[in-house]
Design a protein around this ligand. Structure first.
Ligand code: GTP
Ligand code: MN
Ligand code: MN
Ligand code: MN
Ligand code: MN
Ligand code: MN
Length: 199
């Protein structure tokens, strides 16, 4: 396992830590951009209140199971009721330490991936926000991740140039690789051509 990574079971034995769970929801699709470029899959992320991209999910409350916490956060942030199980868990890791009061306990972030049907994903994009209590507040909008490459560098390379919360960017890349949503060579290409936008 990569540095900072630990198993779900091991994470649960740690004392004095906080836990956060986030999920990548996705489906296959036959839709084509401009009637020409197959988009392949719909992968959902969100624009957060802080202007960073992240996955739906959040901090687990004391006494709440990881998967129950994830369900509650997904309801608050997307307005959709979804149940999660250990089988949806992909990885856990210690979050990079951030500035905060010295008493802030370390955070373990758990990442889940769930494949859905295209109509469920479309419902999350269209009907979900009208019911989500956090829509317009903690969550500024649902976004799809472009998985394709346009000739001018647009698509995945541009998307990866945005700012991401915590380790959401590496979670996205790991999941795209693991679930074969983008070919390995293309992922490498996206990473080398992603730029940090400065102006
Ligand atoms: P509140 O309801 O305001 O407490 O927020 P939340 O419970 O929804 O928590 P949030 O989703 O912001 O996640 C908690 C912490 O995890 C944040 O401090 C972020 O830095 C980090 N984080 C946020 N989104 C992601 C994500 O998609 N992946 C990872 N790994 N970390 C994230
Ligand atoms: Mn148009
Ligand atoms: Mn939340
Ligand atoms: Mn959240
Ligand atoms: Mn919360
Ligand atoms: Mn909240």
């Amino acid at each position: 396992m990569a540095s900072g990574q630990l198993s779900r079971a091991e994470a649960l034995t740690r004392e004095g830590v906080r836990h956060a769970c986030h999920v990548m929801l996705y489906c296959d699709t036959r839709s084509k951009l401009f009637h020409r470029t197959p988009i392949g899959h719909i992968v959902l992320m969100q624009m957060r209140f802080d202007g960073l991209l992240g996955f739906p999910g959040g901090l687990v409350d004391p006494g709440e199971s990881l998967e129950a916490g994830l369900s509650r956060e997904v309801m608050e942030e997307t307005g959709v009721a979804l149940a999660f199980s250990e089988e949806d868990h992909m990885a856990s890791c210690f979050a990079p330490t951030t500035s905060g009061p010295p008493s802030t306990p370390p955070l373990i972030t758990h990442f889940y991936v769930k494949k859905m049907e295209e109509d469920q994903i479309r419902a999350m994009e269209i009907a979900g926000p009208s019911r989500a209590v956090d829509h317009g507040l903690e969550v500024l909008g649902v976004v799809r991740v472009p998985l394709y490459f346009l000739s001018d560098g647009g698509g995945l390379p541009s998307f990866l140039s945005h700012g991401f919360a915590g380790n959401a960017r590496s979670q996205l890349l790991d999941a795209l690789r693991r679930y074969h949503l983008v070919a390995p060579d293309d992922l490498g290409r996206a990473l080398t051509s992603a730029v940090q936008v400065t102006a």
